[in-house]
Each structure stands twice: as structure tokens, then as C-alpha cells.
Design a protein around this ligand. Structure first.
Ligand SMILES: Cc1ncc(COP(=O)(O)O)c(C=O)c1O
Length: 451
């Protein structure tokens, strides 16, 4: 029997502020979720929604996963909180060990926290402190990319390259430099892959040289960028950046808050693109959303700079009250066990192929400019004319109209005016994938017919 949901007061809804949402609009047609199972949400009115975006790139092992829930319950019976200032706990130790095992190379030293913003923020702080303690105290600048999103806190926002997320808070922090991401479909340099010499990567070296290599601490990027429409690099891009960073003693930070934990068809995009960062940021899928959890893993040469005598004061000067929370760590361990045992990265590849195949029918509608992504992180950019790449007028917002129609029909996808993204839980069945694409194709067709 499903438990009854207590009614909510309509007035109290206007007292909540959701993320980046105009609440005056939201309260006219609110989505209030009561329960979830597998790839399905159910709202308080009993309407079901197929979750085509894993909450928000989070619920990798699906909703209502009993193994994760039981692991958290069992941990609650042991200890629910330990103070990260002067103690740790067994799930935290096991999780750090597990993360060291599943991340590539020697990314074996782990700091646990609660949100993706904390992770990216900590990674950039770690880069600055690392250089201060390794003979390069003037290295402080962080290079990141336009369109990138690294979180809502001030450092993360300063690295973020999406103007609409930050202009109202500017000026941002000093020491942040932005470069163009690999938007090959519309190359900012007017070049075409593969004859372009991967200009978007080689220009990073020139940027470092112009800024002064002795001032540059780190390059942070999402291996596949969500904002901007699932910006996916050519295979050479990240290896070139690795080489550039090595030559200029710049730490390479991967923000894998979205791409981690099987999403791109390997446990991490670092493996998908065969490039080892110096620091890897994790969030979202690390606990599949069952509890707030995030982490950074750093390589041995980075960790070594923080290991010393008490009086040297070289310990990492970063901390959060909920870092390494035992219940969150228990959720993370159980979620990772599910990902490994059910071979979900492989499943992401298979489901991704199925999704790409089903997008062929959408391509026939004549408005698909490019399909991008890896594994089960796929974006579709819409254009007025695929032959010329001519964009729709700004007020057309085809992607948003299709996304809203999908919502009405019980399918949740990530949408923007010009693109749509799919990233369902990796436990989706073939039948659910077919259903998702049936609904989506129908919505795209309907919206186009309406004009
Ligand atoms: C790539 C990336 N990094 C960092 C963050 C920030 O994570 P959080 O919202 O958990 O602070 C996000 C959030 O969407 C993200 O997509």
C-alpha cells in the first residue's frame, strides 16, 4: 500500500525558493514529487513522470534502490555523524579506498564533502595551496572555459563561464581566466575538425604563456560540458591539454560532477578520454542522490605536498562540517557497489547506442543540427536548417517548447531554448528507453507541426 501524502498548503509553496526558478511562475503549475521508483517519479496528484535526466544527472542507480536505502538505514543504527575536524568513520575510510580503486592512475588520496560546488571549490584551493607549498607561490590563476559550470559558490562561480549564472553577482573573484570550449559544431576559430589542429586546445598554451606560466595554478574543465548543450571534445583535445599542463606545471582538474560514475560509458570520463587529471572532482552520481556526497581525488605528487610535520602547517586548509558524513558515505559505497556489480558503465554504452538509434527518427524532422555526447549523456542541438546550421530566431525556443510538451506528457528531460539533453538512470530497461523516445519523438513532431 502506498503511504498517504500529507496535503501541502498552497501559500507555503510561495515561501520556498527553488534553484534558478521564478517562483511566481512555478506556483501556477508546481511539480511536487511524492515518491519515486526506478526511472519513475510520481507527483502528489498521482501523475507519473519518466525521469529522463536522473533527477538532475544524479540518480545513476535509479530511484528507490533498496540496497542503498538499507545501507543508509544500517549506518544510522551505528553512528549518524562524526566530526571531520578530529575524527573519521569506517564508511568514510572504505569509501576513500574505493574511490582510489575506481579512479584511474594514482588518484588515490581523497577528501570527502557534500556538494559538487564544494568539490570544485576545494580542488581550486588545493591547486593554489599545492603550488604555495611546492616552490611556486606565485601560481594562483585558474583557467576555465566559457559555458562551463562549476557550481554556485563564489570560487566555483568565478570559474564558471556561463554569464547568465553569474552576472548579477559580479565582479567575480580575481585570478580567473576563460578560454573557449571545443564547440566544434560552431568553431569559434572558423575551422573544421580534423584539419583544425585542435586549435581550441593549442590556444590554451598560448593563454598560459600570455598570462605568465609562473602565475597559472590550474586548468579546470568538465570533460563533457553540460551547459552549452553537452559540449563534447574531439579525442585529441584532453590529451593535448594534459601535455600543455605538464609543460607549464599547471594542475589539470577534471570536474566530473556530471560525467562520473558510469555516465559516459566508463566509470569516469578520464577513462573515456584516456587522460589522467591531477585532481578529479566528483558529486551527483557518487551517492546517486540518496544523501549529499561529493569528493575530490588527487594524485600522489599533489597529496605529497600536504603530508608533513605538525609545525610545517602544510595540511590542506579546507573543511566542511558534513564532510565524510557516515550515512552519506554508506550511501556512496552501496551506490558504487551497484554500479560495479550491475556493470552500469557498460549498460550506459548499450543504452546510449539505443538512444542514438532512436534519434534517427527525430533527425528526419529536419531540425537536428548535431547530436553530441558519450554513453548515456546525449544532447541534441536544434537548428532551422541543418544544411547551413542556420539557427532559429531567438524567440522560437524549439528546445524549450519540446521540453515543456514532454513534461506535460510525463517525460522529464533537460532543455534549453536550442537543445535538449538526455541522461536517464543507468538502470533503465530497453522498454523504458523505447517509451522515452516514443514520447519525445511525438512531442517534437507535435511542436513542429504547430509551428
Ligand atoms: C559540472 C558541475 N560541477 C559542479 C556542480 C555543482 O554541484 P552542486 O550543485 O552539487 O554544488 C554542478 C551542478 O550542477 C555541475 O553540473
Amino acid at each position: 500500500m502506498t503511504p498517504s501524502v500529507p496535503p501541502f498548503d498552497a501559500d507555503s509553496l510561495s515561501r520556498i525558493m527553488l534553484d534558478l526558478r521564478q517562483m511566481k511562475t512555478f506556483v501556477t503549475d508546481p511539480l511536487v514529487i511524492a515518491r519515486a521508483d526506478g526511472v519513475w517519479y510520481e507527483d502528489v496528484g498521482g501523475k507519473r513522470y519518466l525521469d529522463g535526466i536522473s533527477g538532475i544527472f544524479v540518480v545513476t542507480v535509479g530511484h528507490n534502490n533498496r540496497r542503498v536505502i538499507e545501507a543508509m538505514r544500517a549506518q544510522l543504527d551505528q553512528v549518524a555523524f562524526t566530526p571531520p575536524l578530529h575524527a573519521t568513520n569506517l564508511p568514510a575510510i572504505q569509501l576513500a579506498e574505493k574511490l582510489g580503486e575506481i579512479t584511474p592512475g594514482d588518484l588515490d588520496t581523497v577528501k570527502l564533502m557534500s556538494s559538487g560546488s564544494e568539490a570544485t571549490e576545494a580542488a581550486m584551493k588545493m591547486a593554489r595551496q599545492y603550488h604555495r607549498q611546492s616552490g611556486h607561490p606565485q601560481k594562483y590563476k585558474v583557467i576555465s572555459r566559457y559555458w562551463g559550470y562549476h557550481g554556485a559558490t563564489f570560487g566555483a562561480l568565478s570559474a564558471t563561464g556561463t554569464v547568465r549564472r553569474k552576472f548579477m553577482f559580479e565582479p567575480a573573484m580575481q585570478g580567473f581566466v576563460h578560454v573557449w570550449p571545443p564547440t566544434c559544431y560552431r568553431c569559434p576559430f572558423g575551422l573544421s575538425y580534423p584539419g583544425c589542429g585542435i586549435r581550441c586546445a593549442t590556444i590554451v598554451e598560448e593563454t598560459i604563456e600570455l598570462e605568465g606560466p609562473e602565475t597559472v595554478a590550474a586548468l579546470i574543465l568538465e570533460p563533457i560540458g553540460n551547459t552549452g548543450g553537452v559540449v563534447t571534445p574531439p579525442p585529441e583535445y584532453l590529451p593535448i591539454l594534459r601535455d600543455v599542463c605538464d609543460r607549464h606545471e599547471v594542475l589539470l582538474i577534471f570536474d566530473e560532477v556530471i560525467t562520473g560514475f558510469g555516465r559516459t560509458g566508463q566509470m569516469f570520463a578520464a577513462q573515456t578520454f584516456e587522460t589522467l587529471p591531477d585532481i578529479l572532482c566528483m558529486g551527483k552520481g557518487i551517492s546517486s542522490g540518496y544523501a549529499p556526497l561529493a569528493a575530490i581525488a588527487c594524485r600522489d605528487h599533489v597529496a605529497a605536498a600536504f603530508w608533513g610535520e605538525e609545525e610545517d602547517h602544510v595540511e590542506f586548509a579546507d573543511g566542511h562540517t558534513y564532510g565524510g558524513n557516515p550515512v552519506s558515505c554508506a550511501a556512496g559505497l552501496a551506490s558504487i557497489a551497484e554500479i560495479q556489480e550491475r556493470q552500469l558503465p557498460e549498460r550506459a554504452r548499450a543504452l546510449g547506442s539505443q538512444l542514438l538509434h532512436r534519434l534517427e527518427a527525430v533527425q528526419e524532422l529536419g531540425v537536428v543540427g548535431e547530436i553530441r555526447g558519450r554513453g548515456l549523456l546525449i544532447g541534441v542541438e536544434f537548428v532551422k536548417d541543418p544544411a547551413t546550421k542556420e539557427q532559429f530566431p531567438a524567440d522560437n525556443k524549439l528546445g524549450a517548447r519540446i521540453g515543456r510538451r514532454a513534461m506535460e506528457k510525463g517525460l522529464i528531460v533537460r532543455f534549453d531554448p536550442d537543445w535538449i539533453a538526455f541522461a536517464p538512470p543507468l538502470v533503465m530497461t530497453d522498454g523504458e528507453m523505447d517509451l522515452m523516445m516514443d514520447i519525445f519523438t511525438e512531442c517534437a513532431r507535435e511542436v513542429l507541426v504547430e509551428g
